[in-house]
Design a protein around this ligand. Sequence first.
Ligand code: GLU
Length: 332
Amino acid sequence: MLGRAGRRANGRRALAGLLAATALLATGCAQGTTSPRSDAGSYTEPPLPANAAVARTNTPIPPAAGAGCGDLTASLSPNGTSHGPDLDAVRARGRLIVGLDPGSNLFSFRDPVSGTLEGFDVDIAGEIARDLFGDPQRVEYRILGSADRERALEDHTVDVVVKTMTITCARKQQVAFSAPYFMAHQRILAIKNSGIRSLADLAGKRVCIVTGTTSLDQIRRGQPAASILTVPTWADCLVVLQQRQVDAVSTDNTILAGLSVQDPYYAEMVGADISDEPYGVGIPKGEDDMVRFVNGTLDRIRTDGTWNRLYQRWLQAALGPSSGPPQPDYQG
Ligand code: GLU
């Protein structure tokens, strides 16, 4: 146990880390960044992010992602599809409306210098637009939280969702998916030297997870003795970890890698893979022409070297060499 002085030192370090990370995000530049520091005043416990809540434990835990729908990642064959009612409507509009999250470092984030959205998911969306319009820039973004993805597709406020979205049987009841374009795995991000090394170590610990995610269901299933703080975005989880309001964050290795790049000296990814998280492009249910077309784009980028190039550009440094893109399983 830490004494009061130790806790205060920890708190100061956490606050300094938060200030440093905020300064880093604001300037987009790691060099020469120093955090303002004052030892003169006192401060109270920092507030939790807006809409943070302690997860209720009395709600039913959904079944595992792949349970109950046969071949989870099966999708429709491209069959050379380039026209259909949904594709033609998007072409007539002149741009593809893509739902994603602007705060997911490495996958979809705002470059602090250029102000444009960048990342692996942004580029996947751009490749779909390239095949639709001959121009990867013909994309309009709609900002979505993790919990908003299915609804946005059901309400047709977006044409596609490209946001680290795991294909699950439960989601397939509401929306359609492309073939998988990435295979992620859930892991744990813990404060360095915290002693947390595995899912078992999360018993009695505080874990930050975003609402509406497979990550939340997975921890509730795998470690019911963890105390879970839910927040709207993964960036919120980094803040509460830096403020020591939680002991760990758990989600896909891809997202955790993006968080640890933002504060590499503070947190580390630990433990074995907890799950497989095959990412698909989310598409409104019934839009078979769009599903086939997107699968055609994914076929192209797997074979023409684009997928490997995108992996190298965005993910190799954080995740290490890739074993290549997941292969499609076309049925129908
Ligand atoms: N892959 C997980 C999911 O689809 C987490 C990703 C996210 O929150 O963006 O629920």
